[in-house]
Design a protein around this ligand. Structure first.
Ligand code: PLP
Length: 281
């Protein structure tokens, strides 16, 4: 069952008018929220980021936090599987095609749930490959906008190279992955690029930094140069659906020893403990 504009229905029955501004302009924002044991993970944080994205595109939030939580819980109840991920999508609605905002138009609100497929366990032992590319996106990458064409093209570059992710560099510094945030272990210190308009403030990114802080793992949030990326001991990618995955080759060259490092293994264990704790609470 999906939710579309006030109604729950099977996805096959859902219809969007062709003049929806999401279809015409990519004029909308979205969220992806993981669900573990039928509980939405870090829901408050995802809804806060949604508000930031809506503010960024000057679209009024169609629901209160309580209403969102109720809708999300109904979607979880109406779908099978202990672990799911919720895709939440809001567009500026249906109107005659004109770039300027339409007046008195209801936003389109769409929610669906899919099974959360955890990355294969052997990837934690082998790691994944990544490639690099110039970050050619706009300057508001902090907005989780549905217009993802650059990210689509960048991710396809990885797929074409038999890799899992594309790491982006802007003016010699790391920004993020096509659909993930990137962490670097360099000189035994865990490094993360600072949040800015050049990257999406990842919810998983926050969890990783909180765990590093709480467990006295040496870490720094600062700009990371291309040289540091290329000579890193470890590289990781993080996202709501992938959690934390080690990158063991970059542009065809091994990262560090070419195997997931000890800092990664520690963080992975901490992340799983944290999830288990939250779900027990
Ligand atoms: N950066 C980009 C461009 C993304 O698309 C995503 C998630 O899909 C992330 C970072 C990671 O964010 P989160 O950890 O909130 O899933």
């Amino acid at each position: 069952m999906i939710y579309l504009n006030g109604q729950f229905m099977p996805i096959e029955e859902a219809r969007i008018p062709v003049l929806d501004r999401g279809f015409i302009f990519g004029d909308g924002v979205y969220e992806v929220i993981p669900v573990y044991s039928r509980h939405a993970f870090r829901l408050a944080e995802h809804l806060r980021r949604l508000q930031h994205s809506l503010d960024g595109i000057r679209l009024k939030n169609p629901h209160s936090t309580t209403e969102w939580a109720a809708l999300i819980n109904r979607i979880i109840e109406n779908n099978e599987g202990e672990d799911q991920y919720i895709y939440l999508h809001i567009t500026r609605g249906v109107a005659k095609r004109d770039h300027a905002f339409p007046k008195d138009v209801q936003p389109t609100v769409f929610l669906m749930s899919n099974p959360l497929i955890h990355p294969a366990a052997d990837l934690r032992e082998t790691g994944v490959a990544a490639v690099t590319a110039t970050d050619n996106r706009w300057l508001r990458c902090d907005i989780k906008a549905i217009s993802l064409l650059p990210n689509v093209l960048l991710r396809q570059m990885a797929v074409d190279a038999n890799a899992a992710e594309t790491l982006m560099l802007r003016e010699g510094f790391l920004t993020e992955g096509a659909a993930s945030n990137i962490f670097v272990v360099y000189n035994d210190i865990l490094l993360a690029p600072p949040k800015s308009h050049l990257m999406l403030p990842g919810i998983t990114y926050d969890v990783v930094l909180e765990l590093a802080e709480a467990n006295s793992m040496q870490h720094e949030v600062r700009e990371i140069s291309e040289y540091e990326v290329r000579s890193a001991q470890e590289l990781w990618m993080t996202s709501s659906t992938k959690e934390v995955l080690p990158i063991t080759s970059l542009d065809g060259k091994p990262v560090g020893t070419g195997k997931p490092g000890h800092v990664y293994h520690r963080m992975y264990a901490l992340y799983q403990e944290y999830k288990a704790e939250i779900m027990r609470a």
